[in-house]
Write a protein that binds this ligand. Structure first.
Ligand SMILES: [Fe+2]
Ligand SMILES: [Fe+2]
Length: 287
């Protein structure tokens, strides 16, 4: 197998410029896989457009939701909320042959393999609190006071769970059970919309936003579950960092106003085989 495993996230295809970016994504070989780490779009028809396009081009597409797919947006013909919305998107993926967090984890057997590619849907639980806040409520109140409030608070409904953090904890429990069932020798690529550790959020322009960016419950998963690489998005700060010798790749595109002012960077990030440049820089930024 001569293919490569690529990853990208935060395509946000509601923006015309990002639609053009999405249309430009092509595999190098007919055996390439593509990981989509969330925030494809808000409206169901936009999500479908992107997934259909990419699933016709890549040998396998693996998707995990971002917060934006889970919004119940007033301009969306699909008015499903919370878990129903997520499961509807899972069914959409399955109809297109796209793997989801609800499916058996695909195993990459190309160069750099075998590696289990695990798309995770974990959400956040407000545990990346603002400094000094001892409770979720206090942390949220301080973010409201500072005017830094994630739009999820209005559009991402946790139904049937009472709160988003309860949905998160249930997802963490269920996902942990599945990952624990893997053989200890099995190497993994863990794919989640949010970073599994808090450290990447330290460079956010608005630090109070971190509470919508993950959970402390996954702080050791990259070590416990034998990760070769952790793939994530959401922060719109594409870069590579290393924690405990594990590569963390933020693969986001972000909004046009963000990517248009950045230095050009390959759109598709190569995850496997491990790029030579990454292997050489394993001694770089560490926690
Ligand atoms: Fe995003
Ligand atoms: Fe996001």
């Amino acid at each position: 197998m001569k293919g490569k495993l690529f990853a990208i996230s935060d395509l946000h295809v509601a923006y015309a410029e990002n639609r053009t970016v999405t249309e430009s994504l092509v595999p190098e070989t007919d055996e390439d896989w593509l990981v989509l780490a969330g925030d494809v779009a808000e409206r169901r028809e936009d999500v479908e457009w992107a997934l259909r396009l990419l699933s016709e081009r890549f040998s396998k597409v693996i998707w995990t939701p971002g917060n934006h797919e889970l919004w119940t947006h007033p301009q969306d013909s699909c008015d499903l909320r919370g878990e129903h919305r997520y499961l509807d998107l899972v069914e959409l993926c399955r109809s297109l042959g796209v793997a989801t967090p609800e499916d058996p984890y695909p195993v990459w057997r190309g160069e750099g393999g075998p590696v289990t590619v695990a798309p995770l849907f974990l959400l956040y639980d407000y545990s990346f609190r603002v400094p000094g806040a001892s409770t979720k409520e206090e942390s949220l109140r301080r973010a409201h006071d500072a005017g830094v409030v994630c739009t999820d608070e209005y559009f991402l409904h946790p139904d049937p769970y009472p709160e988003r953090d309860e949905w998160c904890r249930e997802r963490v429990r269920e996902t942990e059970r599945r990952l624990e069932a893997l053989a200890p020798s099995e190497r993994t690529v863990l794919v989640n919309h949010y970073p599994l550790v808090r450290a990447p959020t330290r460079v956010l322009r608005y630090p109070d936003f971190a509470q919508w960016c993950g959970t402390e419950l996954t702080a050791d998963w990259h070590k416990r579950f034998n990760a070769v690489t952790v793939v994530y998005g959401h922060l719109h700060i594409p870069r590579v960092t290393w924690y405990d010798g594990v590569r963390f790749e933020e693969v986001s595109v972000g909004y046009p106003r963000e990517w248009q002012r950045r230095a050009p960077r390959g759109r598709l990030r190569q995850i496997l085989p491990l790029p030579v440049s990454s292997a050489a820089s394993a001694g770089g930024e560490k926690r």
